[in-house]
Every structure is written in structure tokens, then in C-alpha cells.
Design a protein around this ligand. Sequence first.
Ligand code: 5GP
Length: 128
Amino acid sequence: MSIFTKIIKGEIPSYKVAENEHFYAFLDINPNAKGHTLVVPKKEVNKLFDLDEELYNGLMSFSRKIALAMEKVIPCERIGMSVIGLEVPHVHVHLIPLQKMEDIQFIKKVTLEPSDFEAVAKAIAENI
Ligand code: 5GP
């Protein structure tokens, strides 16, 4: 079972942003920027392009809703999207508030207090 499946099942805590039947969105624990969100299909599939077309399109559609909400509440130039998966072999879309190119490069991380995570997760959730 992947660490993200454990998060979806509630066995590991997360700062939840949104959920529906097929997808779960939560804050990345080691964010590139405040509000950095991960969107995962509940079905445990390793690689993005191995998702069937319906689930792939559903993931993009769900991610778009989250990104539009993020853009409303987080000051940034735009929301960037990246799919990597070299660390966790369970498909996840990174949605990252961008100010500059390095924010999407997974080089510099920000340190947030639990209260910051809680506040930003709530703000995004309320604007979906
Ligand atoms: P990738 O697989 O795309 O290279 O990176 C995995 C991402 O998942 C990283 O940005 C990492 O910070 C995040 N991550 C790994 N483990 C956890 C976890 O237990 N909880 C949360 N919220 N994020 C995690």
C-alpha cells in the first residue's frame, strides 16, 4: 500500500483540501511554496500515463477545480502543475503557487507551522 493510500484511508494524517469519489487533494508536507497541493486518484496506479483515459481526464478536471480555488486565495503569479512521481509511486499532480521559475524546480522548500497548513487548506477548500 502506498503512503498516499494510507493518507486517503486516514491511517496517516494530512491537511485535506478536497475529496470526491475518485480523487483526494491534500497539502504537500514539504512544500515548494505555501499552498503546494497534491491531487491523487484513490486508485493506486504508479504512473500518470498508465491511468485509463477516463480517470486521467477526471484527475485533470479535479485538479483544475483545486487550482482555480488556489489562485483565488494565494497571492501568486499563477498556479503551476507538475507530475513527477520519482519519490512516491502513486500518481499525484503537484499544484504549486508560482512567483518565479525556481518555485517549480523542487530546489527550495518553505517551512510552515501546522497553523499555516491548516489555514491555507481551509482557505482553498472554502473556495472550490
Ligand atoms: P514525487 O514522487 O512527485 O517526486 O514527490 C512526492 C511528493 O510527496 C514530495 O513533494 C513530498 O514532499 C510529498 N510527500 C511525501 N510523503 C508525504 C506525506 O507523508 N504526506 C504529504 N502530505 N506529502 C508527502
